[in-house]
Unconditional design. Structure first.
Length: 148
């Protein structure tokens, strides 16, 4: 499975918006500038993310964008679904469209697979993405530990 560039950019945009938590509101143009993404792309994403209640848009002199809820309560699954729609690895699991449906023995299993994938993405919050990743042990260190 590969996410679209737009979904990748949505995650980047949401991380950038989360960086402004507590600092008031930020504009789509500011998010674009800070992330290095094109303004029209960020504006299109802001529209999708606002419809999904992941961002909130406030009008007026002190207007702008802010997270729709705390960063810890927004997951990667939420962002993916805001851009891509429901998480489904196959079209048949999502739409039921399949030329081989009559003889398919996998169809009953796709809901479980999709649920597990969504669950894994739902375990990663926007707050988690704002933290530095934990250092992974190098392959050399792992091999040294095995030989000791």
């Amino acid at each position: 499975m590969r996410l679209s560039n737009l979904t990748d950019y949505a995650i980047i945009t949401m991380c950038q918006a989360a960086a402004h938590c507590g600092d008031g509101r930020v504009s789509a143009a500011e998010l674009a500038h800070e992330s290095g993404l094109p303004v029209p792309t960020v504006q299109r994403l802001v529209s999708k993310l606002t419809r999904a209640h992941l961002l909130r848009s406030v009008r007026g002199v002190n207007g702008g964008l802010q997270l729709g809820r705390p960063a810890a309560a927004i997951t990667v699954a939420d962002i993916v679904e805001a851009v891509e729609g429901p998480i489904a690895l196959t079209a048949c699991a999502d739409h039921g469209d399949c030329d081989y449906e009559a003889g398919c023995n996998m169809k009953p299993h796709w809901p479980l697979i999709n649920s597990k994938l969504r669950g894994a993405l739902a375990e990663i919050s926007l707050a988690d993405l704002r933290q530095e990743p934990a250092a992974e042990p190098s392959q050399t260190n792992s091999q040294e530990e095995l030989t000791v």
